[in-house]
Write a protein that binds this ligand. Structure first.
Ligand code: NIG
Ligand code: FE
Length: 423
């Protein structure tokens, strides 16, 4: 006989539900007052969505005659929403470990980029790799993310630049969406670097006249579904005007705008994101005061990436100023061959220590607000009735251990659950 419900989590020492009533995102005050239930239980239905969450006694009485496919006794453990990684570049071939040594010896990111290394070197390896090779390494990376508690991840293309290779990357992302449990928000990032032999204006023209119409057609055919469009808006890469043209063309075919800005140089990218109604702008180490005000006036999220600032020894993103101003702050790992970190617990730790976020703020930024940056906060990012049953269970009676134990998540995370299924 089949069970009526998929999963029961009982007796959790702490259940960090994050928000209580379907909030789209949290601002500073809400982030600081996360809802944490003591001795709590949670029920996921056969459809993978949360049916009940509350005090253990209450849930026990309400569901005493029901059957569950899986029951987990969470005594001595904490239950949290699955983590959401709002920014990654996970599909690529080759290796850039040599560049790490160069950077430690003093080379800057842009020096390496302009000498043909960096993104351009990964483009060469990715162009040469077969679709199957790319899929295998991507799948392995997603499995590692899952083990670190990530249940929804934004995945960019962007190491093809030429249409053919960009589409190869997007097909690989599409395949993972159908074959793996982890949730994916997919991003076309063909404007990640200006291809050899073109300038930014010509590259933007090519994207607008060739790439985007092809993506639109493939979506209509049901072959490739892309959620977001990204541009690397940076001095020496895509200037503000080319960025704007590409993003507007992307918006016109229904993509969410979610782009790299104000990372290495002040570009007024935040202001552009606010003007265009972007869902998110990432990085923002070099954001201006005006950019902070502009973001705070809109619902555009600032996706902060502490690993990049750390590894490139950049200015830290001004998380406190953004939070004080009322910006929707979220977090991502920026996993890529430059910033090789797949773990959101480590990202949260860096956000707390280097960007001075509190533990509560970091968790909200890596759950509900990251979901919002991806346009998914109606289904993801908190443990509320009606949302997807995506859960992380840690073997500790205080949830803060998740962030406090730097690099220790392998031992700490006991279960990762997606739509009520242990993965
Ligand atoms: O977010 N800044 C642009 N893109 C990536 C780096 C990609 C790479 O170096 O391969 C980033 O840091
Ligand atoms: Fe990035």
């Amino acid at each position: 006989m089949s069970c009526k419900f998929k999963l029961l989590l009982e007796n959790a020492e702490q259940m960090v539900v994050v928000c209580r009533k379907e909030e789209e995102f949290l601002l500073q005050e809400g982030m600081q007052q996360l809802a944490v239930l003591e001795n709590a239980s949670l029920v996921v239905g056969n459809d993978g969505y949360i049916k009940a969450v509350g005090p253990t006694e209450l849930i026990r009485n309400q569901f005493s005659h029901e059957s569950f496919e899986t029951k987990i006794d969470c005594s001595g453990k904490c239950v949290l929403p699955g983590f959401i990684d709002a920014h990654t570049h996970p599909v690529w071939a080759g290796d850039r470990v040599n560049e790490f040594a160069m950077k430690l010896a003093g080379a800057t990111y842009m020096e390496i980029h302009q000498a043909g290394g960096g993104i351009n070197s990964t483009v060469e390896y990715t162009t040469a790799a077969s679709e199957e090779e790319l899929y295998c390494s991507f799948k392995h990376r997603l499995q590692r993310m899952l083990r670190a508690g990530t249940t929804l991840v934004e995945c960019k293309s962007g190491y093809g630049l030429k249409l053919e290779t960009e589409l190869k990357m997007l097909r690989v992302i599409e395949r993972a969406q159908t074959e793996m449990d982890i949730g994916i928000s997919s991003t076309y990032c063909g404007a990640h670097s200006v291809p050899k032999g073109k300038n930014a204006v010509e590259a933007a023209d090519d994207i607008i006249t060739n790439h985007l119409p092809a993506l639109k057609q493939l979506a209509l055919n049901g072959e490739i579904h892309v959620d977001n469009i990204d541009v690397f808006c940076e001095k020496g890469v895509f200037d503000l005007d080319s960025t704007k043209r590409i993003l507007q063309a992307g918006k016109a075919i229904g993509l969410h705008l979610n782009f790299h800005g104000d990372e290495l140089s002040p570009m007024k990218s935040a202001e552009l994101g606010a003007e265009l109604g972007a869902h998110a702008v990432s990085h923002l180490e070099e954001i201006s005061d005006e950019g902070i005000v502009a973001l705070a006036k809109t619902k555009c999220s600032a996706v902060l990436l502490p690993t990049t600032a750390y590894i490139l020894r950049l200015k830290q993103p001004r998380a406190r100023d953004m939070l004080n101003a009322g910006v929707i702050v979220s977090l991502g790992s920026d996993f890529n061959p430059n910033a090789y970190c797949l773990s959101m617990p480590m990202v949260m730790h860096l956000a707390c220590v280097n960007m001075r976020m509190s533990l509560n703020e970091a968790l909200a930024a890596a759950t509900i607000n990251a979901a919002y940056a991806l346009g998914r906060s109606h289904t993801h990012g908190s443990l509320e009735v009606g949302k997807q049953g995506d859960v992380v269970i840690i073997n500790s009676s205080r949830w803060e251990h998740l962030i406090y134990q730097f690099g220790g998540h392998q031992e700490l995370i006991e279960y990762v659950i997606i739509k009520g299924k242990i993965v």
